[in-house]
Design a protein. Structure first.
Length: 100
């Protein structure tokens, strides 16, 4: 598992790849969105623990997390193509967030 400021992240070579199983696109999308939510959670906790928390940044992080949670809720009714698109978008978003 990859650790990002105390949050375990999936998707490492040590973990099984279930993408070939039926429902793989949906699960991959769910996992990708959850990893982004986890990143936001870790950042929110870190910001709150800072000696001088930045309330504006905290609110931005909360808004990002809320948007990810809304997309996660949409996965319930997503078709495989939409789930694949969401998985790709969130994989790219996580990479971008980790690099920032």
């Amino acid at each position: 598992m990859i650790k990002i400021e105390g949050v375990a992240m999936s998707g490492t070579p040590d973990e099984p790849d279930f993408s070939g199983l039926e429902g793989g696109d949906e699960q991959a999308a769910e996992d990708a969105v959850q990893e982004v939510v986890n990143w936001y959670n870790a950042q929110i906790v870190a910001e709150r623990r800072a000696p001088v928390p930045d309330e504006e940044r905290t609110e931005e992080l909360k808004a990002g997390r809320q948007a990810a949670l809304a997309d996660q809720a949409q996965l319930v009714t997503a078709d495989p193509e939409e789930a694949e698109r969401i998985a790709a978008v969130y994989a790219a978003r996580l990479k971008e967030l980790k690099e920032s």
